[in-house]
Design a binder for this molecule. Structure first.
Ligand code: ACO
Length: 443
C-alpha cells in the first residue's frame, strides 16, 4: 500500500467568459446546438495577456499561498500541458522564476505532453518519486494547464481554458490516496486529434474519430479495471454500483453523460440477466464494434443510467460545463469540482478517474478519500469564483481569438489587451522580446 497521495488542489480559470447560448446566435447555428447538443453552458478564454506559462504560474502561486507552504518545501514539480509556445523550453523551467526568491533550485521534473493526458502521467511520475528512495522529504506538485482553442467551425465551441495544481506528499496530511491495484491503462497509435501544424495554435481534429477513440479507450480501460477490482475485492460481479463517484476527462458535457452510459452498457454485457437491465434486452446481441454507432443503444443507456449518473457523476461536472475543455486540467478540475460540491460526504469513498488524451493515451484509476477534504473545498470556493467572472460578447471572443492567431509565434511585442479584467495576484505576460524571451508580471 502507498502512503503518498493528494494533500491539496487549486484551480484557476480566466476571468473572461462567453455564453454558448449567445455564441449559437452569433455563429448562426440552430438554437440548442451547443447548449443541448454539446451540453455546454459557457466557455473560458483569454487574450494576449495570458499564456500557458502565466496561467501555470497563477495556479501554482495560488496553491502555495492557500496551503501556507514555501517554494523551498517543493522537491519535485511536473507540468502536464499540450499548449506549446516553445519547442524546447519547458513550462516547468519558466515556473522556476517563482522559486528564485527562496533560493530553491533543486526541483526535479519537467513537462509531459500527450494531448489531454500529460497531467496524468505527470501525476503518476510524481507519485513514483514520492514512493522511491530518491524522495528527499519534500512535497511534489503537479501543474496541469491548457488553453484550448479551435479554428472556426463545429469544434470551436468545445474550447476552454483552465489550470490545476495538485499538492502531493506523504503521511498525515494526505487526503486522497491511490488504490494501487485499481489502475488500468490503454495506449495506441491514432490520428484523432493532433497538432502537426507548428505555426498554428489550433489542432487538426477528426471529431467523430476522437469520440469513437475515447469510447473505445474507455471500454478497454474499464474492462481491465474491473478485472483488477474483482481480484482485489474477491467478488465476480464488480460494476458501477461499487464505484462511489466517477470523474471523466470532459471535452464537452454530453461526452461525459455518454461515457457514463457506456460504462453501464459494459456492465450489461457482463451481466445481462440482471433485472436492472430488463428494459434494454434488445441490445443483448449487438457487437462492441456495432455498438459505437448505434444511437438507439446510446439513448437507451443514457436513460437507464440517469439516476446513477446524478448520484455518482453529476456533482463533478459543473466546472467543465462553465469553463469548457481545459485539456490536461479538465479531469483534475472535475475532481476539484466533485470535492467542492460534496466535501465531507466523500469521506472513505472511492472516486474513479478516467483520463484520455488523443493520439492516444488513457487510464482509469481510483482514489480513496482517507481524510476530510472539506479544507480543500473551502479553499476552492468554486461557485463564487465562477459567478464573478466577466461576460464578453461573441464578437469580442472572436476578435480575441484572431489576436491570439496573430500573436502565435510572434516576437518583439508587448501585449495589447488591458490587465483590468485580471484578478489581483494573477500573473500576466508583459513582453516578448526580439528573440522570443518572455517576461511576466504579477497584478
Ligand atoms: N439542439 C439540440 N441538439 C443538437 C442541435 C440542436 N439545435 N443541433 C445538433 N445537436 C446535437 C446533435 O444531434 C448531436 O447529438 P448526439 O451527439 O447526441 O448525436 C450533437 O448535437 C453534436 O452535433 P454533431 O452535428 O454530431 O457534431 P458537430 O459537428 O457539432 O461536432 C464535435 C461536435 C465532433 C464534438 C466537435 O465539436 C469537435 O470536433 N470537437 C473537438 C473534438 C473533441 O472534443 N473530441 C472529444 C474527445 S478528444 C478531446 O478531448 C479533444
Amino acid at each position: 500500500t502507498l502512503s503518498s497521495g493528494i494533500i491539496g488542489i487549486e484551480v484557476y480559470f480566466p476571468q473572461t467568459v462567453v455564453s454558448l447560448k449567445e455564441l449559437e446566435k452569433f455563429d448562426g447555428v440552430s438554437q440548442g446546438k451547443y447548449t443541448i447538443g454539446l451540453g455546454q453552458d459557457n466557455m473560458s478564454f483569454c487574450g494576449d495577456r495570458e499564456d500557458v506559462i502565466s496561467i501555470a504560474m497563477t495556479v501554482l502561486d495560488s496553491l502555495v499561498s492557500k496551503y501556507g507552504i514555501s517554494y523551498g518545501d517543493i522537491g519535485r514539480l511536473e507540468v502536464g500541458t499540450e499548449t506549446i509556445i516553445d519547442k524546447s523550453k519547458s513550462v516547468k523551467t519558466a515556473l522556476m522564476q517563482l522559486f528564485e526568491s527562496c533560493g530553491n533550485t533543486e526541483v526535479e521534473g519537467l513537462d509531459t505532453t500527450n494531448a489531454c493526458y500529460g497531467g496524468t502521467q505527470a501525476l503518476f511520475n510524481t507519485l513514483y518519486w514520492l514512493e522511491s528512495p530518491y524522495w528527499n522529504g519534500k512535497y511534489g506538485v503537479v501543474v496541469m494547464a491548457d488553453i484550448a482553442v479551435y479554428a472556426p467551425g463545429p469544434a470551436r465551441p468545445t474550447g476552454g481554458c483552465g489550470a490545476v495544481a495538485l499538492l502531493l506528499g506523504k503521511g498525515k496530511e494526505v487526503k486522497l490516496i491511490p488504490e494501487v491495484q485499481l489502475r488500468a491503462t490503454h495506449m495506441e497509435n491514432t490520428y484523432d486529434f493532433f497538432k502537426p501544424n507548428l505555426s498554428s495554435e489550433y489542432p487538426t481534429v477528426d471529431g467523430a474519430k476522437t469520440i469513437s477513440c475515447y469510447l473505445r479507450a474507455l471500454d478497454t480501460c474499464y474492462s481491465r479495471f474491473i478485472h483488477r477490482a474483482e481480484g482485489l475485492t474477491k467478488q465476480d460481479n464488480f460494476s458501477l454500483q461499487d464505484i462511489d463517484y466517477i470523474v471523466f476527462h470532459a471535452p464537452f458535457h454530453k461526452m461525459v453523460q455518454k461515457s457514463f452510459a457506456r460504462l453501464l452498457f459494459n456492465d450489461f454485457k457482463r451481466d445481462p440477466e440482471n433485472t436492472f437491465f430488463k428494459d434494454v434486452q434488445q441490445f443483448g446481441n449487438i457487437s462492441m464494434e456495432a455498438s459505437y454507432s448505434d444511437k438507439d443503444l446510446e439513448k437507451a443507456f443514457v436513460t437507464l443510467s440517469k439516476a446513477l449518473y446524478e448520484e455518482k457523476c453529476a456533482p463533478g461536472t459543473f466546472l467543465a460545463k462553465n469553463i469548457g475543455n481545459s485539456y490536461t486540467a479538465s479531469l483534475y478540475g472535475n475532481l476539484a469540482c466533485l470535492i467542492n460540491e460534496k466535501g465531507n460526504d466523500l469521506m472513505n469513498k472511492r472516486i474513479v478517474l478516467f483520463s484520455y488524451g488523443s493520439g492516444l493515451a488513457s487510464s482509469m484509476f481510483s482514489l480513496k478519500v482517507i481524510q476530510s477534504v472539506q479544507p480543500i473545498a473551502q479553499k476552492l470556493d468554486m461557485r463564487t469564483r465562477l459567478s464573478s467572472r466577466i461576460w464578453m460578447n461573441p464578437e469580442d471572443f472572436t476578435k480575441t481569438l484572431q489576436l491570439r492567431e496573430q500573436r502565435y509565434g510572434q516576437m518583439d511585442y508587448s501585449p495589447s489587451n488591458s490587465i483590468d479584467s485580471l484578478l489581483p495576484g494573477t500573473f500576466y505576460l508583459e513582453q516578448v522580446n526580439s528573440i522570443g524571451c518572455r517576461k511576466y508580471n504579477r497584478k
